[in-house]
Write a protein that binds this ligand. Structure first.
Ligand code: E4P
Length: 215
């Protein structure tokens, strides 16, 4: 299972990249706006670190605009995946971009039927937003179960990228189901690393080590 950071913060990306547990980055217009920097500058810097998969979202809402933006984004760096929304215009744009060899991440997916359509138009990733479903009283993880089952039934090659992850249990459940990727905020990835018993155990080992005769 691949682990992505859902952020446009270079500081956060660099920290996880240096540890060696990061497989990719997803951004969206809201995350980019938080950084207060030019989108392309941020993208170039993330790609320059060597991150192999960097999702960058189009903001046009019509197919021609999406194609224009998508073609521009993919030229920035070979690691760029173009993010397009799950709308009729987004599906049309995804089909054309995919035929041109561009990898597309279809975003804002909230139903299994939408995910089926994303696979049919040749999206490389589908991004179901589980946290936002949970927020409104639906079970986001059920959607992941359905999509993984449907893609297996028909041997679709589209990868299931679990998005809108809110806590480590989301990651654990996604892994149990067999989702391909989970993208998460920095704070969630940090929690995957940490365990209080690890800290307690390490402190005890170091303390006991002081009693070992040296030299
Ligand atoms: C996915 O690519 C999105 O950027 C993201 O996961 C949205 O998450 P949110 O619901 O926490 O905004």
């Amino acid at each position: 299972m691949q682990l992505f950071l859902d952020t446009a913060s270079l500081t956060e990306i660099r920290a996880m990249w240096e540890i060696g547990i990061l497989d990719g980055v997803t951004t969206n217009p809201s995350l980019v706006a938080k950084e207060g920097r030019k989108f392309e500058d941020v993208l170039r810097e993330i790609c320059a670190l060597g991150v192999p998969s960097v999702s960058a979202e189009v903001v046009a809402t019509d197919t021609d605009g999406m194609l224009r933006e998508g073609r521009h984004l993919r030229e920035i760096h070979p690691a760029i995946y173009v993010k397009a929304p799950m709308t009729p215009a987004g599906l049309r744009a995804t089909k054309i971009l995919a035929q041109e060899g561009t990898r597309v991440n279809m975003t804002l997916v909230f139903s299994a039927n939408q995910a089926l359509l994303a696979a049919k138009v040749g999206a490389t990733y589908v991004s179901p937003f589980i946290g936002r479903l949970d927020d409104q009283g639906e079970e986001g993880m059920e959607l992941i179960r359905d999509i993984v089952a449907i893609y297996r039934n028909y041997r679709f090659s589209t990868k299931v990228l679990v998005a809108s992850v809110r806590h480590p249990i989301h990651v654990l459940e996604a892994a149990r189901i067999g989702a391909d990727i989970a993208t998460m905020p920095y704070a969630v990835m940090e929690k995957l690393v940490q365990h209080p018993l690890t800290d307690i155990g390490l402190a005890r080992f170091l303390k006991d080590w002081e009693r070992v005769p040296k030299g």
